[in-house]
Design a protein around this ligand. Structure first.
Ligand SMILES: *Cc1c(COP(=O)(O)O)cnc(C)c1O
Length: 451
């Protein structure tokens, strides 16, 4: 097929996720191949992968060890079901995940995407209390602006108005508490203390009906890269223990080195009852996800079949061998190449580079944890006044960046920078330079169009 054919057929038959297809028609893009931190389209243009192919990629594309692990597994078998039967790579990966995860985690329940991992966590937490005879513990607490996926269950414990509002009557009710966002004239420790005080009041009043709380680890991703005040997640953990509420931590975006630790909960030594992982688990290769639990969760489901405690949940491709083999190879590279320490160093370098971005007139805030960054765009730094949303300044900035040789996506007025962990300092600098230029071009254009 020629590239013109491909373009025409993509417009005729595809329906892309999180995409207004009229936007795609105006600015289509078809990727043909990738290598390292670069992607190449069918016209032969190359781009820096500034969003790790949507927060997934770790060691770059076509990483030799992962390619080979998949080929090797293919010689044995591509897939057999995990329903009632294990397979070799799923066992090896489970052992590895338990070794890497916080100490209290002992069990691995596989699925295929982050949303499924969270959906499973919610169902597990719900049934956990039912199985144990606490029939009133049925509701969930979640943070405003939280994002846990796009299925009906995960939208119910999510709280992003733009994505979720239209489905309101389809969703179950969750108790939404405000994300501890810093306000002016409030120190981080005051914010932390006051937010935890409010949560304590909620737990005191309602703990008998609350099954669990879902929370992203330290930084909200899709909600716009919002950082929690230090100590908040630890405080949530302590309140959960005190009031017998399950702590479900979503590490889908933050897991596997993204924040400078293997898992973001390590920054505060938090031990979730249930923890969800996906995205980086296979190095960005194949759709594997997992819901990790402490042993007490598992035990609440264990018994004779006739006890009716079984967790009746599963997906056709759960525990896929090719995916687990890719994940194992991915995790081996973490050790071999000392990735976590490298991320810590690269994050410091990136922080320095981002200072130049923070100075721009159109940048209201730069938020960063490890190699996870959000750049908030505003019309005027001094007033923090946003651009009219219809102007889509961040989206337009990303189109400019594409023309300059880097791909990423916006979240509202926030530009995401999530480079593969393998990006070198030189490549990080190039990404930041392109980002600066893209922001300036688009923001200037937006202002011009207002007069
Ligand atoms: C991406 C994401 C999800 C959903 O994962 P999918 O694989 O896209 O279903 C859930 N939680 C968080 C924190 C995420 O960033």
């Amino acid at each position: 097929m020629t590239s013109n054919d491909l373009l025409a057929k993509s417009k005729k038959h595809l329906w892309l996720p999180f995409t207004q297809m009229s936007d795609y028609e105006k600015d289509p893009l078809i990727i043909e191949s990738g290598n390292g931190v670069y992607l190449k389209d069918i016209e032969g243009n190359t781009y820096l992968d500034g969003y790790s192919s949507l927060w997934l990629n770790v060691h770059g594309h076509r990483k030799k060890e992962i390619d080979e692990a998949i080929e090797k597994q293919l010689q044995l078998i591509a897939h057999s079901t995990l329903l009632g039967a294990a397979n070799i790579p799923s066992i090896q990966l489970a052992e590895k995940l338990v070794e890497l995860a916080p100490e209290a985690i002992t069990r691995v329940f596989y699925s295929d995407s982050g949303a499924e991992a969270v959906e499973i966590a919610v169902k597990m937490a719900y049934q956990y209390w039912q199985n144990r005879g606490y029939e009133n513990k049925k509701s969930f607490v979640t943070l405003s602006n939280g994002y846990h996926g796009d299925t009906v269950g995960t939208m119910s414990v999510g709280s992003i108005e733009l994505y979720h509002k239209v489905y309101t009557s389809l969703l179950f009710d969750a108790i939404v508490i405000p994300f501890p966002a810093s306000k002016e004239e409030q120190t981080e420790s005051d914010l932390c203390r006051e937010s935890l005080k409010q949560l304590r009041e909620l737990f005191e009043a309602k703990h008998e009906e609350i099954a669990g709380i879902t929370v992203e680890a330290l930084i909200q991703g899709a909600g716009g890269m919002n950082l929690m005040p230090k100590g908040y997640l630890k405080g949530v953990e302590q309140l959960c223990k005190e009031f017998h509420i399950l702590l479900i931590v979503d590490e889908v975006a933050t897991g596997f080195g993204r924040t400078g630790k293997m898992f973001a909960v390590e920054h505060e030594n938090v031990q979730p009852d249930i923890m969800t992982v996906a995205k980086g688990i296979t190095g960005g290769y194949l759709p594997i996800a997992a819901t990790l639990t402490q042993e007490h969760i598992y035990e609440a489901f264990y018994g004779e079949y006739t006890d009716l405690k079984t967790f009746f949940h599963g997906h056709s491709y759960t525990g896929n061998q090719l995916g687990c083999a890719a994940a194992l190879a991915n995790l081996e590279i973490f050790e071999k190449e000392n990735i976590i320490q490298q991320v810590e160093e690269k994050a410091l370098f990136l922080e320095e580079q981002l200072k130049h971005v923070a100075e721009l007139e159109f940048v209201g805030a730069v938020r960063q944890l490890g190699l996870m960054c959000g750049i908030q765009l505003v019309q005027h730094k001094r007033t923090s006044e946003p651009f009219p949303w219809e102007q889509r300044v961040a989206y337009r900035s990303t189109l400019k960046m594409r023309a300059l040789g880097m791909l990423t996506r916006p979240l509202g007025d926030v530009i995401v920078l999530m480079p593969p962990l393998a990006a070198t300092n030189d490549q990080l600098k190039q990404m930041v330079d392109i980002m600066k230029e893209g922001i300036m071009e688009a923001a200037t254009e937006c202002l011009e169009q207002q007069v």
